[in-house]
Design a protein around this ligand. Structure first.
Ligand SMILES: [Zn+2]
Length: 419
């Protein structure tokens, strides 16, 4: 009798231990939405833990991006998420370092709009594990704060609704037929005037979502009532493309090094990608009108970078004047980019040793195809820090805007500019 009671108590205890979250639902993982990517390896309903691996197809770029939804959460419970990136491969079959997919702090949200960072996770070879207390029945987890084509469309539409001088437009349709949203800020009513033109774009590499957030911070500042922004708008038209590789962002693929080459190796005589082709045509036209002064391409770098930095012109494309203007632009940005992310002193370049298709990198094409007074440059904003979240990225974008305004106090086309 006593034995049976012990067994019974043991049974009750084991039920309590096995189901620590009475009332908690069954955890379910989905990535069937715009930008989603995850292959579920394991869901442990008892320990409330989920293990996935990024599900991108290497043909469509480095498969380091991941983004998924979890439902069935008991509000208040802790969920453990593990990402296994040990098996990542590039399109040519070579291994891709797991570092690309594993931030120390992942992005998470309970409404798919406001993105926070998880506490720092725990690293194991090839994997990272984060534990988060979730105060909602569902949550979304991602490599970094997602910014998908719907966000790009919403941003350009909202700004054109709210500001009389902003016009949203479609840059082009992608090869898969998706729209590429863009906008122009212009206070000129006259298409034939000689105002300066600035071109800022993000996401030639689909997985680098931070670039779009930096871009959003930049453009929201550019249309604001900040006196520096107002002064800039008086003399310059500003073009902004939040996502260049819309197809790979929409399908949750990485884009970088896709087959046959990615958007940022496509700035050639025969561009393959429609957004590149259209951007090149516009940029060339503005340059022929002697209006283009600045081209900025926004990216995220490798996992070890802890500060934003610029890729500058390689010696092969540097002229005295280009180098001077580039130096003046970087100095102006350095004045603004201090807190929380300080602009790195280091300014590497993307010459022949960097990549075989170095001439087809967008900023290098700008440096070789436009007038000498044009600065073409790439800004890499670090993604693996505690400030690599929407607020931090948008601050870098605002500071980029302030740097641009500071730099353009003197018209680089005029004779008083450095030469
Ligand atoms: Zn990139």
């Amino acid at each position: 009798m006593l034995g049976r009671r012990v067994v019974l108590i043991g049974f009750i205890l084991s039920v309590i231990v096995a189901v620590p979250h009475a009332g908690a639902g069954e955890l379910t993982v989905s990535s069937a939405f715009e930008g989603g990517s995850a292959e579920v390896l394991e869901i442990d309903q008892t320990t409330r833990s989920i293990k996935i691996r990024p599900a991108g197809d290497p043909q469509f770029g480095w498969p380091c991006w991941w983004y998924f939804q979890v439902t069935g959460i008991q509000p208040g419970e802790a969920i453990t998420v593990t990402v296994d990136a040990s098996q990542m491969k590039q399109a040519n079959g070579q291994k891709l370092s797991s570092n690309w997919a594993l931030p120390e702090r992942a992005a998470f949200s309970v409404d798919q709009k406001h993105w926070r960072q998880t506490p720092a996770g725990v690293k194991d070879p090839g994997t990272f594990q984060w534990t988060v207390k979730v105060d909602a029945a569902q949550a979304w987890f991602a490599w970094g704060p997602p910014f998908v084509p719907a966000d790009a469309k919403q941003l350009v539409d909202r700004l054109s609704r709210e500001h009389a001088n902003v016009t949203a437009f479609e840059l082009c349709k992608t090869r898969a037929g998706r729209a590429v949203p863009a906008l122009v800020v212009s206070e000129s009513g006259d298409k034939n005037d000689s105002r300066m033109v600035i071109w800022v774009q993000a996401r030639q590499h689909a997985w680098e979502s931070g670039g779009s957030w930096v871009g959003r911070g930049f453009i929201e500042w550019a249309v604001s009532e900040d006196p520096q922004a107002m002064a800039l708008r008086k003399k310059a038209d500003i073009y902004f493309v939040p996502i260049m590789d819309v197809d790979n962002v929409a399908t949750g693929n990485g884009g970088k090094n896709q087959v046959p080459h990615d958007h940022n190796r496509d700035w050639s005589e025969t561009p393959r990608w429609n957004s590149v082709k259209t951007a090149m045509r516009s940029i060339k036209e503005f340059d022929e009108q002697k209006r283009l002064v600045l081209f900025v391409d926004l990216h995220n770098p490798g996992s070890n970078s802890k500060r934003p930095f610029f890729y500058v012109t390689p010696p092969e494309l540097a002229t005295k004047k280009r180098k001077q203007l580039q130096g003046a632009f970087i100095a102006a940005c350095r004045h603004e980019m201090k807190v929380p992310l300080e602009l790195d002193q280091n300014t590497p370049s993307t010459g022949p040793k960097y990549d075989q298709r170095w001439k087809e990198i967008s900023s290098n094409w700008v440096r070789s195809a436009t007038r000498e007074h044009v600065v073409g440059i790439t800004l890499e904003t670090c993604w693996n820090t505690r400030y690599s979240n929407p607020a931090g990225y948008m601050t870098v974008g605002r500071q980029l805007g302030l740097g641009i305004a500071r730099y353009l106090k003197t018209d680089p086309r005029s004779s008083s500019a450095p030469d």
